[in-house]
Ligand binder design. Structure first.
Ligand SMILES: Cc1cc2nc3c(=O)[nH]c(=O)nc-3n(C[C@H](O)[C@H](O)[C@H](O)COP(=O)(O)OP(=O)(O)OC[C@H]3O[C@@H](n4cnc5c(N)ncnc54)[C@H](O)[C@@H]3O)c2cc1C
Length: 591
């Protein structure tokens, strides 16, 4: 019997695995997708080869790219951007690591408290939670982003509309700032040359400014696995979990099994309570099934798969909130075209932002050409432009929203370094009708009934819609003030790459699945430690740092509640994942 089984090696799971392995527990980490071993050989900068939804290296599907991707039912126009594999969706992510707005925690007493999603606050205070943020910020590590021309242009626009600079991490007033991100700062030749031979480790360290953050990040070439620039969990928490016996006194290495799709969580009655007992999984390469017992089970399959697994396991759902309350930041996208170079495709994809407490945030996103074209065609509003076919919401600066087509698309794609994109991250409300359930239409696949994901305009609150509109207008104003000659608003269809709160923790037992320890209210010793556990959409802030801080807190709670241990966060100093001791351990183990 294992001490702990963690399901899913994405943004949240490896955090629990690393923290509990460092305490000496026997941890098994099961991951449905592949383990990308030699990323320098397996991954490329060819956008389709890497990103194609159906057969790309980074997709929601089994290890073998010859096999079909796994399907979900989405009854509306939408796109779920999730990756299966060690690192999960953090292999795609941009590393932006802001803290959630203090206003979404239950100790917030600012004069604007009512502007947030007050019915869905975190069931603990920001003051308590800060120490978990600090712990993760040092472990990843999180630093001020490396910047370049595109950030300069964005900042000029922010200053142009009168925004002040934000200098701290606690976001309680409108302001702009560099991102806090989990991408190592360039050192040595990094960022100074385009000569590939000079951009290899150790001559180059950290971000090489290649601009392909979306594609996994194997930069700088030849660096040890824990020194890749982008701090996906595959380069930070997973190497630490697998070497915990080497760098942590009393630690024990976690065991990782890839292409292991968990199909059932087992639970049985004990003293009048349902208690988690273990899991069954299917090896996606051989088709063989396995069962293993554990004292504690932690779900970290992401917002879509957690409710699916829960429901397919026949676990209880007495208040009907399993899968409900899904938030996605109701993204929108505003692009400016400029008469000068913006350097949009270079450097960390998203290195600056502006925040508007109560509304959400805006961040610049620079993209390579394939993704730039993809975003230009992704709309909920038909075709925009002079054809007057744009059906979507309009804004003060933007005219009709919609897909960019024809001559206008050529103009937009003429030079990928003469655009500046702004992603709108709405502080969206937890809504019961936005949810994950089991599809009644699609046939089950080899892992059981497939998920149905419902989210969209008709199910969004008036506050969510008005926040989104206000932010799109601010984005357009910033772009104009920065010198854009044309501003285009896409009115994105749901683009689910920030998904939160589908198995939410909450103060109210009637509208939540987890208690304040992230333990299931109805199955003891079953915890959730990924984005699904979040109480809300974090005020529109990128969720992963908050998920990882919460996963750290949950690991500590598991150690205390289930293994009689004591707390460590705030009492000990965390080891950075780029510390020499970790590098030596990674090299010694040949990771
Ligand atoms: C393009 C892009 C950019 C992003 N940028 C940022 C950013 O800058 N900052 C930020 O905060 N967030 C960002 N995100 C979001 C970020 O990636 C997610 O918040 C984070 O990965 C969520 O972690 P998770 O553990 O909830 O889910 P995931 O990372 O999706 O991990 C879940 C893992 O569980 C596995 N799994 C699922 N079901 C099972 C099962 N039944 N058995 C075994 N394994 C299973 C999956 O294969 C996967 O590896 C971005 C996302 C995208 C797509």
């Amino acid at each position: 019997m294992r001490d702990v089984i963690v399901i899913g090696a994405g943004g949240g799971g490896p955090v629990v695995a690393k923290e509990l392995a460092a305490r000496g527990l026997d941890v098994l980490l099961l991951e449905a997708g592949p383990r990308h071993g030699k990323v320098e050989q397996d991954w490329s900068h060819f956008e389709d080869d890497q990103n194609n939804l159906f057969k790309g290296a980074l997709r929601w599907g089994p290890s073998s790219r010859a096999k079909t991707a796994w399907f979900r039912e989405t009854p509306q126009r939408s796109f779920i951007n999730q990756v299966a594999g060690v690192g999960g969706t953090t292999t795609h992510y941009f590393g932006n690591s802001p803290r959630a707005m203090p206003g979404v925690f239950n100790d917030y007493a600012g004069p604007d408290a009512a502007r947030y999603d007050v019915a869905a606050r975190f069931p603990f205070g920001y003051a308590e939670f800060k120490r978990y943020y600090r712990w993760v910020e040092q472990t990843l590590p999180v630093q001020t982003a490396a910047m370049g021309t595109k950030e300069e242009v964005f900042f000029r626009g922010c200053e142009g509309i009168g925004l002040p600079v934000q200098t701290g991490k606690d976001i309680v007033a409108d302001a702009f700032r560099p991102q806090e991100n989990a991408i190592l700062q360039p050192q040595g030749n990094a960022g100074l040359t385009r000569d590939a031979a000079l951009l290899q480790y150790p001559q180059a360290r950290g971000c090489t400014y290649c601009g392909y953050c979306y594609q996994g990040c194997s930069e700088p070439l030849k660096s040890p696995a824990n020194l890749k620039a982008k701090r996906a969990t595959s380069t930070s928490y997973v190497p630490m979990a697998l070497t915990a016996d080497l760098w942590s006194p009393g630690g024990r290495a976690a065991t990782l099994v890839a292409h292991a799709f968990v199909t059932k969580v087992h639970a049985s009655q004990d003293g009048g309570q349902l208690v988690a007992r273990g899991v069954s999984w299917r090896d996606t390469e051989t088709g063989l099934s396995y069962t293993e017992d554990a004292r504690v089970v932690v779900l970290c399959g992401g917002c879509v798969e957690d409710p699916r697994l829960w429901l397919n396991s026949g676990l209880p759902d007495p208040n009907g909130w399993v899968g409900r309350g899904l938030t996605d930041h109701a993204f929108d996208w505003v692009t400016g075209i400029f008469p000068f170079d913006t350097g949009s495709s270079k450097g960390p994809a998203s290195a600056c932002r502006a925040d508007f407490p109560g509304l959400g945030g805006l961040e610049n996103v620079g993209l390579p050409p394939g993704l730039q074209a993809l975003t230009a065609g992704y709309s909920d509003s038909g075709i925009r432009g002079s054809y007057k076919l744009g059906l979507g919401e309009t804004g003060a600066w933007t005219g009709p929203a919609g897909r960019v087509m024809g001559r206008e698309l050529k103009e937009l794609m003429d030079n990928v370094n003469r655009v500046l994109n702004v992603l709108v991250l709405t502080d969206d409300d937890v809504e019961a009708s936005n949810r994950v359930s089991l599809s009644q239409i699609f046939p089950a696949d080899e892992h059981g009934a497939v998920p149905r994901v419902e989210i969209g305009k008709r199910q969004r609150s008036a506050r969510t819609l008005s926040n989104r509109r206000a932010l799109a207008n601010k984005a357009a104003q910033i772009l104009k003030a920065a010198g854009a000659t044309k501003v285009i608003r896409l009115d994105f269809a749901p683009f689910m790459l920030h998904v939160q709160s589908s198995m939410r923790m909450g103060e109210d037992a009637a509208t939540s699945v987890l208690d304040a320890d992230a333990q299931s209210r109805w199955v003891k010793r079953l915890f959730i430690a990924d984005n699904a556990a979040l109480a809300n959409s974090c005020g529109g802030m990128n969720p992963t740092l908050t998920t990882q801080a919460l996963a750290t807190r949950t690991a500590e709670r598991i150690f205390q509640l289930c293994f009689g241990g004591s707390a460590w966060v705030g009492r000990e100093t965390p080891l950075s994942s780029v510390d020499d001791r970790v590098t030596q351990a990674v090299l010694a183990r040949g990771l």
